[in-house]
Design a protein around this ligand. Sequence first.
Ligand code: CP
Length: 322
Amino acid sequence: MKRTAGKTAYIWYCRVKMLKDLVGIKESSKEDIELILSTASSFKDVLKRDIKKVPTLRGKTTVNLFFEPSTRTKTSFELAEKRLSTDVLNFSVPTSSVVKGESLYDTVKTIEAYGVDFIVIRHSSSGAPHFIARNVNASVINAGDGINEHPTQALLDAFTIIEKKGSLQGLTIAIVGDVFHSRVAKSNVYLLSRFDARIRLIGPPTLVPEMKGYNVEVLSDMDEGLKDADVVMMLRIQMERQGRGFFPTTQEYFRYWGLDMKRLKRAKKDALVMHPGPMNRGIEISSEVADSSQSAILDQVTNGIAVRMAVMYLLSREGENG
Ligand code: CP
């Protein structure tokens, strides 16, 4: 069923896509996103209790399959899973038969044979979670695929902004840095544009792609781009993906696109500073800004658990409802 079949049918199509898997924000509807965010709010209340565990996913099995390094996403998913009472299997790629050349397909089919209910996957290839979702019955959650998407990061970012600012609508959100390699930036653009936020993409022309079909303003001048912004979302310079010289030196990068206190003053006085982590302090953000009262970086980390609990809860509910 295609978008041309009408709005109702399109929403239905998106709901069906959301039912089994969360592979991207691009594939999720505004209604799905709103439902995840409101459910996350309830889970945030649960996480404030003395006993933070609920029996929601008791008897289910989840495998975390991280083919790329992670601190926040991996630990946050694991905590979310444990607090939902699902059994958790942390698959260790470096000590697995992947190093003997076993394919992604065979690895996943082997794990599926154990009867798992959720597969949380991070992979360096864009589209890997989509490929797996088509080949297994388990719910697949994308924990970051190549330079494509990082949907739960965008959801926790939106949750944090709404928590601090009340709404996404009408906010000016500056996304600064290595947009080209950033799956976080792309998922954020897809999400924020559904909620009528004004999006500015700022960075060296070599690292800011055109995002055709999305209402984004592209700027290379950071002082201009930060003017009156409500939210400044800094991106990590992805050293591991810099195959060619996208910028001359890290010192020069900081001079033009790094966020320090002086530059932050261009944004609104109460502007929120965000960063998905891990940060390169002194390259894209100064320590003074990262540790300032305007920084919501650790709130983002905290909110990751509630958002991931909400995603897993909703996917399991849809599965039970058939
Ligand atoms: N934000 C994020 O994806 O961080 P990790 O790579 O540490 O998971």
